[in-house]
Each structure stands twice: as structure tokens, then as C-alpha cells.
Design a protein around this ligand. Sequence first.
Ligand code: PGA
Length: 257
Amino acid sequence: MTPDIRPLVAGNWKMNGLKASAAEFKAMIEGYDDDLARRVDLMICPPATLVLAFAQMAQPSELAVGGQDCHAEASGAHTGDIAAEMLADASATAVIVGHSERRQDHDERDSHVRDKAKAAWRAGLIAIVCVGEAEAERDEGVTLDRIESQLKGSIPDDARAANLVVAYEPVWAIGTGRTPMPGDVAEVHTFIRDKLSARFGEDEGGRMRILYGGSVKPNNAETLMAVDNVDGALVGGASLKADDILAIASAYRQIMG
Ligand code: PGA
């Protein structure tokens, strides 16, 4: 938690979800009641094929819909890619960029991620920029160096609290059921906060949301979300089930009292 920052729980469905998943999504909309919506923003990032239908279903609730990736350019000869403008046109309000699976599977470098974040802003979307160390980097003790260079390289200079969310996702914690100790999460999140405040000023940097991601589940959400400078979660596997993502968001009922 950071005082005065409204938390965000964002679900990343990755390459999962068909038309039939609308029933599960409907249960999420219904479970995101007024009490929960007062405490925490909730967003689902389904595969691109479902963005428009889900955004339409979500109306008039406060549940937001985002994309999982975008191309740096607005249009053109890029077979199979999707532009930030297309996501915005489909009523997405945010897009994840630089997820470690994109960095790994598609050889995305910090400079690509930065261009995608700029594209998100050009289209009026919030950019959720992911950073995180690999297991070998943590073992070598270079976690903070790695995070620092990813932040520098992946976040454009004109970032603002209103259009940037940073997600810290240790690569070794994604989909593995392993999570860092709360003290380790606190160390990295406080480091990220300090870097954002130094670069963008106390006012903007102090209000940017920093999410934790990597094996967030209903049974560890309260512990992780209560850590200093953790302003929500980016949730993979557990975001596919309405009961699980709602239980994770509901951690804020306990944390906020
Ligand atoms: P996980 O994925 O919750 O399944 O570990 C997190 C992510 O990749 O965003």
C-alpha cells in the first residue's frame, strides 16, 4: 500500500480465453460490487479477440478492459500485430507492454518496450510497463541493477502518474507458485519508487502505481498487497477464475478495513 494511491488489480489472461469465457467474465463484473469498486480498480486483459466484446459487456460497471501488447506504430504492414489505436478503438483503456513472456518469446528489448509505451499514450491508453529479474540475476545479487536498467530503458521520459503503471514481476515467480519474501518485494518496490520519484519528481513519481506480479493467489494476496509501495497486483493464472481474482481484489477489504 501507498497512502493516497488507489490500488489496481489487473488480470492478464495471456493466450487463454474463448467466446465461452464470457460467462466467467460476467461473474467478475457481478462480483465487482460497489464496496470493492470503492477500494480498488479492477481490470482484465483478455486476448485481443475478446477485448471489444468484454469491454461492451463490462458497461456500465467500472471494470476496465486492457490489451496484452501493442505495436509501436499506429498502422501499417505488420502482419499479425495490433496497434494501440486498435485496442483503444475496441474500448480498452490500458495495455501491458514488456511482459517477460514478450521479452523472451519475441526478443523485445527495453527500447521496443519504450516505443510501445509511447504508442499506448499516443492512443490514449495507460501503459503497464513490466520489469523483473531472472532467477540467475537474483542469485548473482544484481536484481536492483537489472531493475534500474529496465526502468531507464523501458519508460519514456514523459511518463505521468495518470498514464503509467509499473509492474514488478520477478521472472522466476511467474507461473511457478513461488513468490519472493515480503521483505524482498518491499526492497524492490521501494527502490522503484525512489527511481520514479528521482526521475519524474516527488509529485508524479510518488503517485505512480507499482504493481507486484508473479504467482499472486487468494492465499497470499493480503500479505503481498500490504507491503509498502505495492499498489496492486498483475495476476496471471488466478485471473482466469472469477472467484480467484475477486478474492485477490477483496484483500483490500481487509487491508483497508
Ligand atoms: P502468474 O502470472 O500470476 O500466473 O504467475 C503473472 C504474470 O505473468 O503477469
